[in-house]
Design a protein around this ligand. Structure first.
Ligand code: NAD
Ligand code: GLY
Length: 347
């Protein structure tokens, strides 16, 4: 088993091993004094892993209750959150009990936010079941729900008491959701670790399974380092946004229908690399992205995307902050007047 310890405002372990989901009960027992656990999950994940998770929790002596919501981003909303609070009240969950987020980033974000706010805060654990959730959303304590006005607009920083990461569960992911997570995995190589990038680039969507546990652990290690340096996202944590400034613009331009987050980030990274890297480096990134069935560009004209780049949280006082990787493995934060950025991108 690989263990990665995060030293943030609280200290916790991320445990990575194939098949570990069947031992989640004993692991959680070591990390909380709770008697009762409320598992929060979506219907798809519940059908696949609900019973195994519950069995392990019960075997470890926990009293278990479970809340299941319909899968998909539209469930990460105030309506589901209120239903979760009501469910916790109805089931007598107290501050000393624990929530378990079983699922992808949607389950993780909404459960984490419920744990940050219900009874002014209680323990929660993450059992991430998508690649994106394993390498990104379950680590670092960002929790949130969406509003009609945008994604992740209401949230809190709340670190889990532990993260239980089972790469085997990724085998049931639909291929496009697996690829989506690979967009973020490639990003880690680009921003921090040229050797990791080489390992990812040696493989493709079919062959990567043989090294996936290793890759996941390396990505989590990078995210851990970044979170430890800047837990509350006031500086260095921004490097995690490589490819995201254009990526968010792409998602928004296509009304969140045509490109998934990871696809949009992949295209965003390639489009940025075309402007900042030498030809050979940009081509290596493109090849790697294609090997995981992700797009290297989008049909929309850059002039139509650029105005949307200013619409996310990275714009302040007419200035835009965005991430540039000139070489594989090294990221820089750039700040530019939005007008200069628009002119530079449009060239
Ligand atoms: P998701 O949770 O909706 O999962 C995607 C789909 O995969 C769902 O339909 C789910 O039912 C299904 N699924 C999950 N695990 C499965 C498995 N093992 N086998 C088969 N199907 C499975 O979405 P996601 O892509 O995991 O996460 C996206 C969310 O994460 C967004 O809301 C985003 O804002 C958030 N996010 C948060 C952070 C953070 O730091 N908190 C970081 C990145 C993304
Ligand atoms: N996913 C970006 C962050 O955790 O900061």
């Amino acid at each position: 088993m690989k263990t990665i310890t995060v030293h943030a405002s609280s200290k916790y372990d991320i445990l990575i091993e194939n098949g570990i989901i069947d031992h989640c009960g004993d692991i959680i027992k070591k990390n909380t004094n709770a008697q009762k656990i409320a598992v929060i999950t979506d219907d798809t994940v519940n059908d696949l892993y609900g019973e195994r998770t519950e069995n392990s929790l019960r075997k470890a002596g926990f009293d278990v209750v479970k809340f299941v919501f319909p899968h998909g981003e539209s469930s990460k909303c105030a309506d589901t959150l209120i239903k979760i609070y009501d469910f916790l009240c109805e089931n007598g969950i107290t501050r000393t009990d624990c929530l378990a987020a079983l699922g992808g980033g949607v389950a993780g974000d909404i459960t984490g936010f419920a744990a940050a706010t219900f009874l002014r805060g209680m323990d929660f654990v993450q059992i991430p079941t998508t690649l994106l959730a394993q390498v990104d959303s379950s680590v670092g304590g960002k929790t949130a729900i969406d509003l009609k006005g945008g994604k992740n607009l209401v949230g809190a920083f709340k670190q889990p008491v532990c993260v239980i990461c089972d790469p085997d569960v990724l085998r049931t992911l639909p291929p496009e959701i697996f690829s989506d997570g690979m967009g973020e995995v490639i990003k880690y190589g680009m921003i921090r670790d040229a050797e990791l990038f080489d390992l990812i680039a040696e493989h493709n969507r079919e062959t990567v399974w043989s090294v996936l546990e290793d890759i996941i652990a390396k990505c989590i290690g990078i995210k851990r380092d970044v979170v430890e340096a800047d837990e509350f996202d006031t500086g260095e944590r921004m490097i995690l946004n490589f490819g995201h400034t254009l990526g968010h613009a792409i998602e928004s331009y296509y009304h969140y229908e045509t490109y998934s987050h990871g696809s949009a980030v992949a295209a965003g990274m390639c489009m940025m690399a075309d402007r900042t890297c030498d030809k050979e480096t940009a081509e290596r990134l493109r090849k790697c992205v294609q090997a995981y069935d992700l797009p290297v560009s989008v049909p929309a004209d850059i002039k139509e995307l650029v105005p949307l780049c200013g619409k996310d949280k990275k714009r302040a006082g007419g200035q835009l902050r965005f991430i540039v990787c000139r070489n594989i493995g090294k990221a820089e934060i750039h700040t530019m007047q939005f007008d200069s950025f628009a002119a530079w991108m449009g060239k």
